[in-house]
Design a protein around this ligand. Structure first.
Ligand SMILES: Cc1cc2nc3c(=O)[nH]c(=O)nc-3n(C[C@H](O)[C@H](O)[C@H](O)COP(=O)(O)OP(=O)(O)OC[C@H]3O[C@@H](n4cnc5c(N)ncnc54)[C@H](O)[C@@H]3O)c2cc1C
Length: 472
């Protein structure tokens, strides 16, 4: 094989920023066959395979890349599919720069970029979805039943792995559509919903049952799943969907949203379409508070709905926790970054009283300038307000993207289910909870993390559930 020693990745074709900031179509357009083969030839196929160790589900990366370089795309897909149930999703949203690509030998030398592993994964998965017509194999039942709570990446991965081992698996999902954050949180322009639907259809074709509109802890309890419904094990993959707020004056005003609510309206309920039954505020000026991926998604959504958008973040550029690519895309699309800035109060329209939270609309965000002081416990320099630097950002909508924690519904309705400090469900290294036969993984156990980590946890728990049921 002839190596391509180019120090830079093949660039990802994307929609023009000035066009895409007015539509919801996918930003990144994907490699052509020629670009994929050329990029694959940048892989040195090194013996130590550091990229594999950097992947939370240990995909055989050099092996699949060799197949891409040879133009054997379906064979490449089959290698990835052994370890990942959602390659078209992960190729799009995984933080590869801190995982597989962060460890890539090609990226070590100054001025050199890692192999575009995520871009190749996406190419291979899209190729398979467009060209492979074969239905997944349906494994006969082994006569044992397992319930999965939540249909995000953790639940879907656990369900898929157990079904492949012969278990009869039913996934219970509180919402009316399966997919978790992949459908309600991550916007269409980063992850088209048709891709998630396709992955879920594959699982259903394998025999995984999905019951939507069932809230475990309300409609059915975990205990009832184990007794009345006869499930021998239960996996909790209920995520971390409870939003945080700042606790500042004016948060009850109309025009203040959690990022989760704002994104759910747009993504799940399709409120960005003119014929949607769900309303969404088409604000003139929006402040999104926070600096993570969720803040970038909310800001870029608000921009596409026609607003001037400010990201308000209390630390500096270097500390922004979002993926670099998302920050760059947001900047290209015209999002304004107000860094070292912290909100202190949300102002209300003149005729209303901000202390009566049910009344009034947002009419500005009071902020204070910050400077970075001494490092805190996390090692990051802590932001300190600059006295007297308050100013008003003239906005009519404020979106809080400050992180989320697990919803306490399951832990408050399930006796003996132990939790950690911030309400995460306590698990051991195999995803076992404090209750016999009850397992948990993904954001419900770790707090808000990543798609691939949730998938990895679903895989580990599926193995442990199999061992547990076989040992009985
Ligand atoms: C806006 C946004 C953008 C993100 N961007 C990225 C990104 O680019 N890359 C990345 O790797 N990660 C990203 N993440 C994080 C990632 O999506 C999560 O870490 C991942 O989805 C967690 O998977 P999960 O299966 O644990 O939970 P979730 O995806 O949250 O799924 C949990 C599911 O359980 C359901 N549920 C909850 N309670 C119950 C109940 N009692 N009964 C029945 N069902 C229940 C919920 O409705 C939900 O469908 C993002 C998160 C958000 C919010």
């Amino acid at each position: 094989m002839a190596f391509n020693m180019s120090p830079k990745k093949n660039p990802m074709p994307t929609q023009d920023p000035a066009v895409r900031n007015g539509n919801f179509s996918e930003v990144a357009l994907g490699y052509t066959k020629e670009q994929a083969i050329d990029e694959a030839k940048r892989c040195l196929n090194c013996k130590t395979r550091p990229c594999v160790a950097g992947c939370p589900v240990n995909i055989a990366i050099p092996e699949f890349i060799v197949k891409v370089a040879a133009g054997e795309f379906e064979e490449a897909y089959q290698i990835i599919a052994k370890d990942s149930a959602l390659p078209a999703v992960c190729g799009r949203v995984c933080p590869q720069e801190t995982q597989c690509e962060g460890k890539c030998t090609r990226g070590i030398k100054a001025g050199c970029e890692a192999v575009g592993i995520g871009r190749l994964e996406r190419f291979v998965a899209d190729y398979h979805n467009e060209n492979a017509a074969c239905a997944p194999e349906v494994i006969p039942s082994n006569g044992h039943k397992v319930a999965v709570i939540g249909s995000g990446p953790a639940g879907l991965t656990c369900a898929g792995d157990l079904r492949r081992l012969g278990y009869e698996v039913t996934v219970y999902e509180a919402l009316h559509v399966a997919g978790g954050v992949l459908v309600y949180g991550i916007p269409e322009f980063r992850l088209p919903k048709a891709i998630v639907e396709k992955e879920i259809e594959n699982l259903k074709a394998m025999g995984v049952k999905i019951e939507t509109n069932v809230i475990i802890g309300r409609t059915i309890t975990i205990e009832e799943l184990q007794t009345d419904y006869g499930y021998e094990a239960v996996f909790i993959g209920s995520g971390a969907g409870l939003p945080k707020f700042m606790g500042i004056e004016g948060e009850g005003l109309k025009g203040v949203y959690s990022a989760n609510e704002f994104l759910t309206r747009s993504n799940l309920m399709k409120a960005y379409l003119s014929d949607s039954a769900t309303p969404i505020q088409r604000a003139k000026q929006v402040a999104v508070v926070g600096g993570g991926n969720v803040a970038m998604d909310a800001a870029r959504t608000a921009k596409r709905l026609g607003a001037e958008v400010h990201i308000v973040y209390r630390r500096g550029e270097a500390e922004l926790p979002a993926r670099r690519e998302e920050i760059e895309h947001a900047k290209e699309e015209g999002i304004i970054f107000d860094l070292l800035t912290n909100p202190t109060r949300i102002l209300a329209t003149a005729e209303t009283d901000p202390k009566k939270p049910a009344f009034g609309w947002v009419d500005g965000l009071e902020c204070v300038r910050m400077e970075l002081g001494e490092p805190d416990a996390s090692g990051r320099r802590s932001p300190v307000p600059i006295v007297g630097s308050e100013f008003i950002l003239p906005v009519d909508c404020v979106i809080m993207a400050l992180g989320t924690s697990p919803n306490p519904l399951l832990t408050s309705t399930t006796e003996g289910l132990a939790t950690r400090r911030r309400g995460e469900i306590a698990v051991d290294e195999n995803g076992r909870t404090s209750l016999e036969g009850v397992y948990c993984g993904g954001d419900a156990a770790t707090g808000s993390a990543t798609v691939i980590k949730a998938m990895g946890a679903g895989k580990i728990a599926a193995k442990a559930i199999d061992a547990y049921i076989k040992s009985k």
